[in-house]
Ligand binder design. Structure first.
Ligand code: EPZ
Length: 417
C-alpha cells in the first residue's frame, strides 16, 4: 500500500494553480446522463472519485473519453439502469445518480451507499424528496429499487437540513418534471451554483442556486453542452493552511476567493496576512500563529466542515487554546488521535475539540482515516520535527490530485513510496 513520507521543517513558498472542484465535477458528471447528447467538461481533476463516477456512467451505457483535463461524455445510448453495487459502496456520493437516471429513464437500482468514514450518512432527505415528486422507492436486500410509475411531478420541497447531495438530486430529478419544483432550505454551496449553470447550459431552466430557494422549471429536452468546472475551494484552503503552518508565503491562481471567505477570515484571525484579486489569493504567514477562539462548522457560507481537519493541524501549533465544534458530521475527528501521536494536545468531547497549541510536533507513523483527515496529517508532517509516514493514502487520493507533487513544487520535502 502506498504511503507519503514527509520530512518536516521546510517553508512553503511559491505559486500553485488550483484545478476543478471534486464536489462540483461529481454531480456534473452525473448530470451528463440527462441530455442524451454530447457533454464536454473541462478542468477535471485527476481523482479516484472521478474514476469511480466515470465507471458508473459507463455501466449505464455512456461512452466516456478523457483527454488530459477534459472529459467527453456521450449519453445518447443508455442500456442499463442497475448501478454495480461495488461502485456505489466505493463512493457514497454516487447516490447522486438517482436524480438524473430517474429523470432520463424513469427507473434506477442502486445499493444503499456504504456507511461513510464520517459517521452514518443517511439519505432520508433524498428519498423523502424523490417520493414527494412521484418516485416509487422499494428498499429491499440493501438495494433501492426506484421507478416512476406515471411521471415526475414538480412540487414544493422543504429540506429539514440544507443537504448538498439532496439539493443536487432534486435539481437533477426535476429537470424534465411536469411543472415547477421549488426547493426550500436548499444548500447554498458554490458547487450547487456550478451545477445550476451546467444544467442551464444544456437547456434546463434552474434559478436561485446560491440562495436557500431554488426553482426548477421542467423542460422537454436538452442539448449538447460544454462547461468548465469551478476551482476547488477546499484544495485551495488546504494549500493556504500549508503556507500558514510553515511560516511561508503562497500564491494560488485559478481560484474564486469569495468561495472560501470563511476560511480566509479564520486564517486572518490566526495572524496571516491575506490579499486577493478576483482569481488569485496571496497568503503571508506570521512568525507565530495565534489560537482561534471558536471554529464552528456550518452549511455554506459558514465555515466548511471540509476544512475542519486542516485547521485542527494549524491550531495544534498555534499559540493558545482553540475550540472546534463539528456541527455537520457525527464522526469527523479521527485525525485528532493521529495528531496526538505526533505530540498534539487535543481533547475530544462529542462534537467539540479543544486544542492547546504546542511548541512543536514530532514526526510519527500515522494513518489517514478519511479524505480531509489524511490531508491534515500531511500538513502536520510539514512542520513536525523529523519524518512523518502517512499510511492509507488512498483516502487522500480521492480528493487531492498529486498533492505531494504540488507541495514539493513549493518547497515541501514529501514523496510517495
Ligand atoms: C457533500 O456531501 C460533500 N461531498 C462533502 O464533502 C461535504 O462535507 C458535505 O457535502 C457538506 O458540505 C460531495 O459533494 C461529493 P450533506 P453530502 O448531504 O452531500 C446529513 C469531502 O471531503 N444528511 O450536505 O453527503 C448527513 O448525515 C466531502 O469533499 C441527512 O441526515 O453532505 C450529514 O450529517 C466529505 N440526511 C449532513 O446532513 C440526508 O438525506 C451533511 O450532509 C442527507 C444528509
Amino acid at each position: 500500500m502506498s504511503k507519503f513520507v514527509v520530512n518536516g521543517g521546510h517553508k512553503i513558498k511559491g505559486e500553485l494553480r488550483i484545478t476543478g472542484a471534486k464536489n462540483s465535477v461529481l454531480p456534473i458528471l452525473s448530470a451528463t446522463v440527462l441530455n442524451g447528447k454530447i457533454n464536454v467538461i473541462h478542468d477535471i481533476p485527476d481523482l479516484s472519485d472521478v474514476e469511480v463516477m466515470i465507471k458508473i456512467l459507463e455501466s449505464v451505457g455512456c461512452k466516456v473519453k478523457r483527454e488530459n483535463g477534459t472529459i467527453i461524455v456521450d449519453s445518447r445510448q443508455l442500456n442499463n439502469h442497475k448501478i454495480p453495487e461495488e461502485l456505489v459502496r466505493e463512493m457514497r456520493s454516487s447516490i447522486i445518480v438517482l436524480g438524473p437516471m430517474l429523470a432520463r429513464c424513469g427507473q434506477v437500482v442502486v445499493s444503499y451507499p456504504g456507511g461513510c468514514e464520517l459517521g452514518p450518512r443517511p439519505i432520508d432527505l433524498h428519498l423523502k424528496s424523490l417520493r414527494q415528486m412521484g418516485v416509487h422507492i422499494l428498499e429491499k436486500h440493501g438495494f433501492l429499487i426506484c421507478s416512476v410509475k406515471k411521471e415526475l411531478v414538480g412540487c414544493e420541497i422543504h429540506l429539514d437540513f440544507p443537504s448538498v447531495g439532496a439539493t443536487e438530486n432534486i435539481m437533477l430529478a426535476a429537470v424534465f418534471a411536469k411543472g415547477n419544483t421549488i426547493i426550500r432550505n436548499a444548500a447554498r454551496e458554490p458547487e450547487i451554483q456550478d451545477l445550476q449553470n451546467f444544467i442551464n447550459a444544456m437547456g434546463g431552466k434552474v434559478s436561485g442556486a446560491g440562495s436557500a430557494t431554488i426553482v426548477i422549471e421542467g423542460v422537454d429536452e436538452l442539448h449538447d453542452v460544454e462547461h468548465t468546472i469551478i476551482p476547488d475551494r477546499i484544495v485551495a484552503g488546504t494549500y493556504l493552511v500549508a503556507g500558514a503552518m510553515t511560516k511561508g508565503e503562497i500564491v494560488l491562481t485559478n481560484i474564486i476567493p469569495e468561495h472560501l471567505l470563511s476560511t480566509i477570515y479564520k486564517l486572518k484571525e490566526s495572524g496571516c496576512n491575506i490579499e486577493y484579486t478576483k482569481d488569485t489569493i496571496k497568503l503571508i504567514a506570521p512568525s507565530k500563529l495565534r489560537a482561534i477562539e471558536a471554529i464552528k462548522t456550518l452549511p455554506y457560507p459558514g465555515f466548511p466542515t471540509d476544512m475542519q481537519s486542516q485547521f485542527m493541524s494549524l491550531l495544534a501549533i498555534s499559540d493558545g487554546i482553540s475550540i472546534i465544534k463539528e456541527n455537520i458530521f457525527e464522526n469527523r475527528y479521527k485525525h485528532a488521535y493521529e495528531l496526538i501521536r505526533m505530540g498534539a494536545n487535543i481533547k475530544i468531547d462529542g462534537r467539540v475539540a479543544i486544542i492547546k497549541g504546542v511548541h512543536k510536533l514530532t514526526g510519527a507513523n500515522v494513518k489517514a482515516r478519511d479524505l480531509r483527515g489524511g490531508a491534515s496529517l500531511i500538513l502536520a508532517g510539514l512542520v513536525a520535527e523529523g519524518t512523518t509516514t502517512i499510511h492509507n493514502i488512498e483516502h487522500i487520493k480521492r480528493g487531492y490530485a498529486h498533492i505531494e507533487k504540488d507541495l514539493r513544487m513549493v518547497g515541501a520535502d514529501i514523496y510517495k513510496m
